[in-house]
Design a protein around this ligand. Sequence first.
Ligand SMILES: C[S@@+](CC[C@H](N)C(=O)[O-])C[C@H]1O[C@@H](n2cnc3c(N)ncnc32)[C@H](O)[C@@H]1O
Length: 405
Amino acid sequence: MLTSSLSPSSTQLVIDVLDLVLTQKKPLDRAYSLQFSGMTLQPSEQGRITLVVGDILRRLNLYCYLSDVKSEEVARLGTRLLNTWHLFHQLPLPKMQYSLSIDEADLAKRIEIAKADLVLWDGCPEWLDTLGSKQLGDKWPQERAALYQAAKRFLRTNTLKTTPDELIKTLAKEQVTTLQVAGVETALEVTSDSALFRTKAFKLGLFEQQDAGSQLVAAALDAKPGMRVIDACAGAGGKTLSISAQMEGKGRLLAMDVEQWKLDNLKQRARRAGAHNVETRIIASSKTIKRLKLTADRVLLDVPCSGLGVLKRNPDTKWRDAAERLPVLVELQKHILQSYSRMVKVGGMLVYATCSILPEENRDQVDAFLAANVHFEFIEDETISPAETGFDGFYLAKLKRIAEV
Ligand SMILES: C[S@@+](CC[C@H](N)C(=O)[O-])C[C@H]1O[C@@H](n2cnc3c(N)ncnc32)[C@H](O)[C@@H]1O
């Protein structure tokens, strides 16, 4: 958390970013790029702004209650929200020329009331609490509390170019301090406030920023050099690059997606990482999948999902009603699993994965698939719990094809 208050100009930037997200419904990363482009902000100040925006979005309903400001009033009453945020975190108020005052006695009363309402205290919207309680039962309160914590920063060592030990030393020379992460071989946790993307180590492709949980999902694929591997929902390639390193850059790794701009981004990242065995292919129609029938030793289906495991990193998702989108996503996941599983060869393995912790998107999907596809066998599954690991939340299931049909 901050140890000094925001400057007046940074306070205004926080209000402007929040307004873009909450009133104009822009995704958080888009709001940052709209707000920061063309500005010459010190990386440290940019870091402080993103820290405050992130914290406010993770517990928006709490801060709105404490300041008596509605989320849609942020442009007009944002100074009161920000003053409240500073007082709540025991920081001096920002020195703005004009700002709305706070009744400190009323704030103290509100804090006591909020402490007694754990759903509010954990910054959880009602729709999410209902969904989480229904699907996770007793496990939900601890996940709900974990999901308002700030996301830790993790790196994945690019083992095509270096080792975790070497990377720790290389980064230390650039004033980036890191720690090894127990149980995740390639992961380092960043413990300094450094701007990672400006380091020489990043430009040389020695690491990628990737959550430790996401690294575990990619590792579950157990891809070996020389195999034919398909990452069928590759996006911008977070897991693809990790898989390429597992394969030591040898064999064929096909990264597919329905969005070309993501694959273009992936190609650039692959070049920097020296991941020369990555090939990209747009999924233009069902024919793209049919042509690859029974060809792959490994298939990763990192399907589109509610993203409810990664709310620490994407807290704006909390304030869009994802419950409405859930049935559509569940249908799409079902379709992808049924149709894309055709690409696995006999004896090959499929990994179905989400960044959700909801059983409906996870084990329920796998069980329904297995019931309808006796030529696949369940190996094992794992839910990576934010509460238990401190990582983002993921699910992965390993399935083996035992016959053609
Ligand atoms: C969870 S994201 C993948 C993240 C990526 N694997 C990573 O590690 O960075 C899901 C991806 O599925 C893609 N997608 C959506 N519909 C799809 C479909 N019908 N077939 C394949 N990919 C799809 C999305 O464009 C998105 O990039």
